[in-house]
Design a protein around this ligand. Structure first.
Ligand code: ADP
Ligand code: MG
Length: 567
């Protein structure tokens, strides 16, 4: 069975194409969204999802979140006494989702379509494939997230030349893409974004308002809160979400057993985030410019990503595009649904007509060159061969001449990026060719870049005078895991013990109770301690019926303390 997976920075979802439509698959807690969070408990057992997010509050040294940000890098994080790369943490999330899907579908899940941001570079894409492999999934295809959103909204059923703009505001990233449908092909015409802007910034703004305005805070307390956002981010997140539903809310914060409160209106939050809203404009303009489209020429504007639930986002879009955006699919779910549509296409589900997807290369690929400007030779210039937002597969050629007399060879330094300074761009590889001895400017090489839909870059160079050629296939970068490393990681991940899936909710309730215990003081704390002991006692009996009852009681008890918010 092939599934579609939205492997998000904040939340991940899994879906399947069944009975002619994409269907989201619930996790063991009954939620469609699984937080992309991993932790090891005190016994070294693995926790993933909401329970891990709870645990991150009480045990940050054994928890990891937002690791999608370092996909494709060598960075590791230590959980307890073990180091993990981003591929491994992502693999644990994927494995978790796979288990949920297998429980739901009652059959093995072996293949997946996994979505990635359009701006992901080669190293990041390969890391995502590796994560899939480590999770025991054959990655059928990496699908750009905006393309997935387009498929979920049926762009492929529209007339030729239809265009969609996909506006995706997630937890920590912002992504805009222009899609076009023509003759059975869905193409990303352009993409742009800001990898440091997302819903969290809006929650942060709510938190800062609290620190500025709450009158019950002593200067020392204010300083402490300023230094340690973990003390208030939950309260801020909740206030932000409340303000998506209503005009005002009370932001409540427990500090040393005292409840501090601040009334906050939607207008307050909007004023405080005017600058963030401003920052959303530039990537929209860039994407439209690259796609050579005016805002009114678009057929639809599609909103995805949890943060587009904020009314101010809808208003901004309505103003900018002079129309209402499409948001009939839950904005958290559109990408996973689209991934399932693609999975259905792969499995050739009868309900789907063949659609071909092409994507664009979201970044420029080229080589470092020197330029002769008058008498001066300027080195370290970036010379793009395939420009950003070119549809793939693509093959392009540039010519270069020597800069020195009798230059015996050229060494191509292959880079990816948008900086005019060659060495500022990501180094992908090198390719050398020998040249005949000729005066500067007379020996010539042709450099051809060919990029296919699977993300492989082939570089060919030809010495024009003698016709000799050299070529290289770029799929390796220094940050990529080697076959041996992947084998080792597989063995290590296999050794990690996990709690049985049917105990997932118990685990979540325990982690949540611990977090609330840390948060509170006095009588409330005693009550939480008492519930926790009672609950653990019942769990020890291993009496299924009693455990189910205790679970309901525990959930209600905790809801009475924190209002039952889940994030
Ligand atoms: P990602 O793609 O980063 O995994 P999601 O698309 O799941 O992220 O979006 C997560 C973001 O959506 C978080 O910042 C969260 O606060 C925000 N969000 C979720 N629900 C709401 C809401 N009702 N109002 C405002 N923001 C919300
Ligand atoms: Mg997302």
């Amino acid at each position: 069975m092939i599934v579609g997976i939205d492997l998000g920075t904040t939340n991940s979802l899994i879906a399947v194409f069944r009975d002619g439509r994409p269907q989201l698959i619930p996790n063991a807690l009954g939620d469609f969204s699984t937080p992309s969070a991993v932790a090891l408990d005190e016994t070294g057992k693995l926790i993933v999802g909401l329970a891990a997010r709870e645990r991150a509050a009480t045990d940050p040294g054994r928890s990891a979140q937002a690791f999608k940000r370092w996909m494709g890098s060598d960075r590791t994080v230590t959980l307890g006494d073990r180091k993990f790369r981003a591929e491994e943490l992502s693999a644990l999330v994927l494995q978790w989702l796979k288990a949920d899907a297998e429980a739901f579908l009652g059959e093995p899940v072996t293949e997946a379509v996994i979505t990635v941001p359009a701006y992901f570079n080669e190293a990041q894409r390969r890391a995502t494939r590796t994560a899939g492999e480590l999770a025991g999934l054959k990655v059928e295809r990496l699908l750009n997230e905006p393309t997935a959103a387009g498929l979920a909204y049926g762009l492929q059923d529209r007339p030729d030349n239809s265009t969609f703009l996909v506006f995706d505001l997630g937890g920590g990233t912002f992504d805009v893409s222009v899609l076009e449908y023509f003759d059975g092909v869905v193409e990303v015409r352009a993409s742009a974004g800001d990898t440091r802007l997302g819903g969290e910034d809006f929650a942060h703004a709510a938190g800062k308002l609290f620190l500025e305005r709450c009158t019950g805070l002593s200067p020392a307390e204010r300083e402490r809160l300023l230094q340690d956002p973990t003390l208030w981010w939950r309260a801020a997140e909740q206030a932000k979400r409340d303000l998506s539903e209503r005009d005002q809310t009370v932001m409540g914060l427990m500090l040393d057993g005292r409840r501090l409160e601040l009334e906050l209106t939607r207008a307050d939050l909007e004023t405080a985030t005017a600058e963030l809203l401003q920052r959303l404009r530039r990537p929209i303009e860039r994407a439209l410019q690259d796609a050579q489209l005016s805002p009114t020429a678009l057929d639809e504007v599609v909103l995805v990503g949890g943060a587009t639930r904020m009314p101010m986002i809808r208003q901004l879009i309505t103003r900018l595009f002079q129309r209402l955006p499409l948001r009939t699919i839950d904005p958290d779910q559109a990408i996973a649904q689209g991934a399932a549509v693609q999975a259905g296409l792969k499995a050739r589900d009868a309900a789907l007509e063949e659609v071909v997807l092409t994507d664009v290369m979201p970044f420029s690929l080229g080589v470092i060159s020197s330029q002769q400007i008058g008498q001066q030779r300027v080195g370290d210039r970036f010379s793009p061969i395939i420009e950003r937002n070119t549809p793939v597969p693509v093959s392009r050629m540039n010519r270069y001449v020597t800069v020195s007399d009798n230059q015996s060879h050229v060494e191509l330094d292959i880079r990816q990026g948008e900086s005019p300074v060659g060495s500022d761009n990501l180094h992908l590889g090198k390719l050398e060719i020998e040249l005949p001895p000729l005066p500067a400017g007379q020996a010539e090489v042709e450099v051809r870049f060919t990029y296919d839909a699977n993300g492989l870059l082939e570089v060919d160079v030809r010495d024009v005078q003698r016709g000799r050629t050299a070529s290289t296939l770029i799929r390796n970068t220094a940050t990529e895991m080697s076959e041996a490393q992947i084998e080792q990681a597989l063995a290590r991940l296999r050794m990690l013990k996990r709690h049985p899936r049917d105990e997932e909710e118990n685990r979540y309730l325990i982690e949540r109770a611990k977090r609330l215990y840390e948060d509170r003081l006095g009588a409330e704390r005693e009550a939480i301690q008492h519930w926790l002991s009672q609950f653990e006692q019942v769990l020890d009996t291993q009496d299924g019926r009693a455990i189910r009852q205790a679970r309901v009681q525990m959930r209600e008890a905790l809801d009475s303390v924190d209002g039952g918010f889940r994030f």
